[in-house]
Design a protein around this ligand. Structure first.
Ligand code: NAP
Length: 302
């Protein structure tokens, strides 16, 4: 599997696996450990998390499965996020739903993630969502501290638009650092980050892009949804032509974007992971790519 270099310490597999829904999968520690070995065997080594996934449970479920095979950790790149506070009965400080990107919260959150994931370093820390209250210099201070302590190897953001990215990146540059990754929603169903030039700007600045919900969280298969129906009417014949599944065509559409987009697979099923891996071998023509794009827009390009 192709690798994408994030910085001089970290590279990712072109296909990433995401664990947002892990607490719904019903896997025992051993079953999850087996699943991790299966995806690593396929070349998928980058694992996407967030502190809040599964109401603050997914990192620990993952860490427990990882601990069954101590040498598995070194084969993986673990990405996790912080900066969102969710009300939770086990977290008395979480009095409401808000963002917290203060120095103290970033440090505290990473320390908790390290405990949950049963590891002593995180390959990439992402700020989960931009906050109207974010203080870029304070965030930079936290990031530099975590890098100095060896607790994180790279830093990035998620759901940041260009101006939010620039605000934080300018501050990091003063410390000879920079944003390495932006994780945003992109799929044939969700074109916003293509249309508003977020992806172009990331390409311009060599910021690597991870695509969340590449299948629109499963909605792309919903024939009752008008946009999905339009997209499926174009994709299904292509899937037949290439003898692959609809999802393989979707992943291939994402892989064709010039910013080296890394789709994050959200499935619990190894057959569906294989459909994503297959996409690395499928080249859509430019016309096929545009036919899917136009179907999603619902109107022709000019
Ligand atoms: N940064 C952010 O703000 C953010 C937000 C959301 C997600 N993420 C990341 O992105 C990852 C992927 O997101 P996602 O889970 O929404 O990805 P997705 O691939 O768009 O959706 C996965 C969902 O679709 C279902 N699915 C997959 N293939 C299917 C098929 N052929 N037919 C019907 N259903 C199918 C899966 O169920 P099965 O398990 O049954 O296959 C799963 O419930 C997350 O795990 C997380 O790491 C990040």
């Amino acid at each position: 599997m192709e690798r994408i270099r994030i910085n001089k310490h970290v590279s990712y597999s072109r296909i990433v696996h995401g664990f947002w829904r892990l607490n719904e999968w019903g896997y025992s520690n051993q079953q999850l450990n087996d699943f991790l070995h299966e995806i690593v065997d396929r070349g998928i080594t980058t694992m996407d998390h967030a502190d809040i996934y599964g109401n603050y449970t997914c990192e620990s479920l993952f860490g427990d499965a990882l601990a069954l095979t101590p040498n598995l950790r070194e084969k993986l790149e673990i990405v996790t996020k912080c900066g969102i506070i969710l009300p939770n009965e086990n977290k008395p400080k979480n009095t409401g739903h808000r963002y917290d990107q203060s120095y103290e919260h970033i440090i505290e959150s990473v320390d908790q993630s390290l405990l949950n994931l049963k590891t002593d370093y995180i390959d990439t820390l992402l700020i989960h969502r931009p906050s109207p209250l974010m203080d870029p210099d304070e965030m930079t201070r936290a990031v530099m501290h975590l890098v100095d302590q060896g607790k994180i190897k790279a830093f990035g953001v998620s759901n940041f638009k260009c101006n939010q990215y620039e605000l934080l990146n300018e501050s990091l540059k003063k410390e000879m650092s920079h944003i390495s990754v932006n994780q945003v929603e992109v799929s044939p169903y969700q074109l916003e980050n293509i249309e508003d030039c977020t992806l172009n700007r990331m390409l311009q600045h060599d910021v690597k892009v991870m695509a969340w919900s590449p299948l629109a969280g499963g909605k792309i298969f919903d024939a009752n949804d008008e946009k999905s129906r339009r997209i499926l009417e174009v994709i299904q014949p292509l899937a037949s032509k290439y003898n692959v599944s609809v999802s393989t065509v979707v992943y291939s559409w994402l892989l064709k974007l010039p910013s080296n987009v890394m789709p994050i697979v959200g499935s619990s099923k190894i057959d569906r992971v294989d459909e994503a891996v297959k996409a690395t071998k499928l080249q859509l023509t430019d016309q096929e790519w545009f036919d899917i794009y136009v179907a999603s827009r619902g109107e022709d390009i000019l």
